[in-house]
Design a protein around this ligand. Structure first.
Ligand code: GLV
Ligand code: MN
Ligand code: MN
Length: 414
């Protein structure tokens, strides 16, 4: 029987805090850690130390994921993959992503300190670009692992014009793919990023599935002109058109069901200046819903309105899809294992859906997936105020250990 450490030995939360500052953040006084930045590489070095201390062999794959492997009873056994992401949004909270990695490392540390080997290996994956905060793409590294990556998606550059191909060998990138026979299943622990668990008074919950996502990059073209001399009725102002489009997207989502959401999270004005009528701007549009049909209907309506606004204002409009992620149900048998493990430690099992995206939705193409949510204060996330109670994270660790144990009991080697 494996048990979790005492709270004083429990490191998952304090390690997330340690990684929230330079050199593990690209910003001096807040947390920003984008894929392949100096902070990302420094955080990988630190993680590699923790993985090694926990008894894992450590490697990087061609997508620059960091992977720790803890062998099972037989060499080369297929692996339970426990993962989450090391990158962050800009001005991030400290737990979105890293907490799931740290809990994976802690779970292995508990097993290895008790000299317990499972009939499968355990691999902890620290994924790279779940957030899409550096390149106009997201989850490239888990797509590479799942074997679903379109190599054309690697032709991207960041805001400074640095191409992904300058940082990694993009020809080798798809070799990060795992063969399905080498994987048992995927488990991701993550902060809930919403208020449901807190409202229920529960530390953890079993995720039933992840909402479908569409993400676009939209460029609006007008004509730059002098802000003092271009009469209002002669203007073809790209930013004014964009503003109308942003509100149109909001109106469509507000008119839909509660799980339909639309967000414009990045807006950029090309060569913006106070005394120039904007000639070009671009923005991102992220649309999500519990199922792809309702999501797609909303996105079609939003894009129809964008075209209408562009026509009326005589603006150019270019729409590029960044990603289309289908809704991803979690595996029913693995959900039961998480529920059972929750009951076994005296907690109430509870199921909830994820509106946030996770690497788990990509890994679902490779193997059965499970997700465990951990309560976060006020449901606040993508915000430096994000907070997790260490006692809640330790409940999650105990549930994960119970899950591992039950998986071992029902595991039949191929
Ligand atoms: C990731 O946090 C996402 O849901 O976009
Ligand atoms: Mn996030
Ligand atoms: Mn996340």
């Amino acid at each position: 029987m494996v048990t979790a450490q005492t709270l004083s030995e429990f490191k998952a939360v304090s390690r997330c805090e340690e990684l929230a500052c330079p050199p593990f953040s690209d910003a001096d006084t807040s947390l920003t850690r984008t894929y392949l930045s100096p902070a990302y590489l420094a955080a990988q070095e630190r993680l590699a130390q923790w993985m090694a201390q926990a008894g894992m062999s450590v490697r990087r794959d061609a997508a620059m994921n960091l992977i720790g492997r803890y062998e099972g009873t037989a060499p080369d056994a297929p692996a339970l993959i426990i993962g989450s992401h090391l990158d962050s949004v800009r001005n991030a909270g400290h737990y979105d992503g890293p907490l799931g990695i740290m809990l994976g490392i802690e779970a292995v540390a508990v097993l290895s300190s008790g000299r317990t080997r499972m009939p499968f290996a355990i691999e902890v994956y620290a994924f790279g670009d779940e957030e899409g905060s550096r390149f106009p793409a997201a989850m490239l590294t888990s797509r590479a692992v799942a074997g679903t990556l379109d190599p054309a998606a690697l032709d991207v550059a960041d805001r400074d014009g640095v191409k992904l191909a300058e940082l990694v060998d993009i020809a080798a990138y798809p070799t990060a793919a795992r063969h399905p026979d080498s994987v048992v299943c995927y488990l991701e622990a993550h902060i809930e990023q919403g208020p449901v668990l807190e409202a229920q008074g529960l530390a953890v919950g079993t995720v039933t599935g992840i909402a479908a996502q569409l993400r676009y990059e939209i460029t609006v073209g007008g004509i730059a002109g002098h802000a003092g001399t271009t009469a209002m009725d002669l203007r073809r102002d790209a930013v004014a058109g964009m503003a109308q489009m942003v509100l149109a997207a909001e109106n469509v989502a507000r008119a839909g069901p509660a799980d339909l959401v639309a967000t414009v999270g990045v807006v950029q004005v090309h060569l913006g200046a106070p005394n120039v009528v904007p000639g070009q701007c671009s923005f991102t549009l992220d649309v999500r819903a519990g199922d792809a049909l309702r999501r797609d209907a909303a996105a079609d309506e939003i894009l129809r309105l964008f075209r209408e606004i562009a026509n009326v204002r005589d603006l150019g409009l270019a729409v590029r899809m960044v990603h289309d992620l289908p809704a991803s149900p979690c595996d029913p048998a693995l959900m039961d294992l998480l529920d059972n493990a929750t009951v076994a430690i005296g907690q109430t099992p509870f199921r909830l859906v994820s509106g946030a995206g996770h690497d788990a939705m990509i890994m679902a193409a490779l193997c059965p997936t499970a997700m465990l949510f951990v309560r976060c204060r006020g449901g606040v996330s993508h915000n430096p105020a994000e907070h997790v109670d260490p006692a809640d994270a330790q409940v999650a660790l105990r549930v994960m250990l119970g899950f591992i144990q039950q998986l071992g009991a029902r595991f039949e080697p191929a």
